[in-house]
Write a protein that binds this ligand. Structure first.
Ligand SMILES: [Zn+2]
Ligand SMILES: [Zn+2]
Length: 301
């Protein structure tokens, strides 16, 4: 067994970018430093911010709340509130909601749950009958709306999500594969005055390291996976990117860099429709109807 590059104690983890070996303590330090740097480099947090953290109970958001609970005390007057969206997915959500509640209780962080049922009058399973293949699209639209409503309700100035490097690289590739340039640029754009800014402090952290971080910090928890993921294009892109990253280390980071560059080149350019107000609910959107209202119509409600 190799020794830790920092202290010589037996190493428990090998990081590939940069190629280093770490003991549990120095791995945690390395992991948290990178998250801190990601936050500072992109000016994600300012003094006085109220951060609504989307806590699904899955490993990414668990790691995010843990690392922020360690890092935030040095920021002046920054408040963290955790929000769990309960989509109402049978056999999946109950357990993750419970896990979210337990973790926030241990960390002493304010926690609220918002359900699709409250917002939409139905849970996701009911909404999706006969259209399971669209699960991630439908769920994504409603979850985004639910999170915005909850963040406004708790006066949040930022919404933090647990998207990791793998997720971000997959999104870049998926937007490319779908030919969706407006979305590509929208995802790359820093700020939009119409929406509560979203921050992704784990966006440069590989998924694999998130699992190690949770294990060495005794926060690992085996939870059921969302049963709808097998229907998604993302699952295929994920498999492909994991293989490429293994053979060509740095592939995922290069995709993120591409996104950032395109975002800079397109700054101020009009690649999508100008922001208007939804005819029915008044939410900011780029069409006559916002995505939530379009969805409501297509579901015949
Ligand atoms: Zn060490
Ligand atoms: Zn609307």
């Amino acid at each position: 067994m190799k020794g830790c590059d920092c202290c010589g104690e037996p190493a428990i983890a090998r990081v590939r970018e940069p190629n280093r070996h770490f003991c549990a303590t120095h791995f945690t330090g390395f992991f948290e430093d990178r998250v801190g740097r990601t936050i500072r480099d992109d000016n994600m947090i300012k003094p006085g911010d109220r951060i609504a953290l989307a806590l699904s109970g899955g490993k990414d958001s668990r790691a995010l709340i843990l690392v922020l609970s360690h890092l935030l005390p040095v920021w002046e007057n920054v408040h963290l509130v955790a929000i769990t969206i309960d989509e109402g997915i049978e056999g999946y959500r109950d357990e993750t909601v419970r896990a979210a509640r337990e973790l926030t209780a241990i960390l002493g962080i304010e926690h609220h749950t918002v359900s699709f049922e409250d917002l939409f009058g139905n849970n996701l399973d009911t909404l999706l009958v006969g259209r399971e293949r669209e699960a991630c699209t439908v769920c994504g639209i409603i979850r985004k709306k639910a999170l915005t409503v909850a963040a406004e309700q708790y006066s949040a100035t930022k919404i933090a999500t647990g998207h990791n490097l793998d997720d971000e690289a997959q999104s870049v590739l998926m937007n490319t594969l779908r030919g969706d340039l407006p979305r590509f640029v929208r995802d790359a754009a820093q700020e939009n005055p119409y929406f509560i800014p979203r921050i992704k402090p784990l966006s440069l952290t590989p998924e694999k390291e998130i699992a190690i971080y949770l294990m060495v910090n005794n926060a690992w928890n085996v939870l059921p996976e969302c049963p709808y993921t097998r229907f998604a294009l993302r699952a295929e892109v994920r498999g492909m990117l994991t293989k490429l990253e293994y053979r060509y280390p740095g592939t995922m980071l290069h995709l993120i860099e591409t996104k950032k560059k395109i975002g800079r080149y397109c700054a101020g350019a009009q690649v999508s429709e100008p922001i208007r107000r939804c005819r029915e609910c008044g939410d900011p959107c780029s069409a006559d109807l916002c995505q939530v209202c379009q969805l409501r119509h297509s579901l015949g409600r």
